[in-house]
Design a protein around this ligand. Structure first.
Ligand code: HEC
Length: 199
């Protein structure tokens, strides 16, 4: 459906030069004159990205998307409340999402804030983010600080994988990290190499 006289808004990570951004956000205004927009959403992670849509305004909006496998990843947005719809796609290359605002009176508009979240799904599904953030210290050190400390050490990946299995204390302070027993060995290696890859 490209080739129409409709703007395609590119919100791929890297489109603004910030390829490593945790989040890439754009705002899209839909009103009665331009009730529909196409977003080209890119994802530079092999294991897929999530995208969140926040809505505000006085109309209703609907959006549809499907990834290359045809799986539907769209949803609808309720009028009158700010809704966050986290969606995941395992499609690593760009795909298009068509946003359609419905029920708009001539003076109404909706503003959608769409962000791509490039944090690997594994980090979310294993609850790491309840204690860690990428940029800032929470209960545990930030993932960037961990990367900065260990990036150049040899053999550190296996040691950190071991820490996930057994827990950790006194590397950063008195607060311990409990053993992350839910994480398989394979996933622990993926998580650690992602952390160490952070700039
Ligand atoms: C309950 C809170 C909590 C959770 C959940 C948690 N961590 Fe931690 N993590 C910590 C704390 C606190 C430290 C610092 C421990 C220390 O000082 O040795 C830490 C340290 C680390 C370290 C550095 C260890 C070292 O020796 O320097 C890594 C790597 C790490 N966490 C990864 C993860 C990953 C990946 C997950 C998800 C599977 C996770 N953590 C889940 C609290 C947590």
């Amino acid at each position: 459906m490209t080739g129409e006289a409709e703007d395609v808004i590119d919100i791929s990570p890297g489109a603004d030069g910030k390829a490593d951004a945790e989040r890439v956000t754009t705002k899209v205004v839909l009103d009665a004159r331009s009730p529909s927009r196409i977003l080209s959403i890119g994802c530079n992670r092999a294991d897929g990205c999530g995208f969140d849509v926040r809505f505000s305004g006085n109309g209703a909006a609907r959006f549809d998307a499907s990834d290359a496998s045809g799986a539907r990843i769209g949803g609808s947005i309720e009028p009158g409340k700010v809704t966050m719809t986290p969606l995941w796609t395992s499609q690593p290359s760009p795909f298009e999402v068509r946003l359609n605002a419905t029920g708009l009176t001539p003076d109404a508009s909706v503003e959608l804030s769409v962000s791509i979240d490039t944090t690997p799904q594994l980090v979310r599904s294993n609850q790491c983010l309840s204690c860690h953030a990428i940029e800032k210290v929470l209960v545990g050190p930030s993932f960037r600080d961990i990367a900065a400390r260990y990036r150049t050490s040899t053999g550190v990946a296996e040691r950190l994988v071991g820490k996930l299995k057994t827990g950790s204390q006194w590397s950063w302070g008195a607060v311990p990290m409990p053993a992350q027993t839910q994480v398989s060995d394979t996933h622990a290696r993926t998580l650690v190499s992602w952390i160490l890859s952070l700039p």
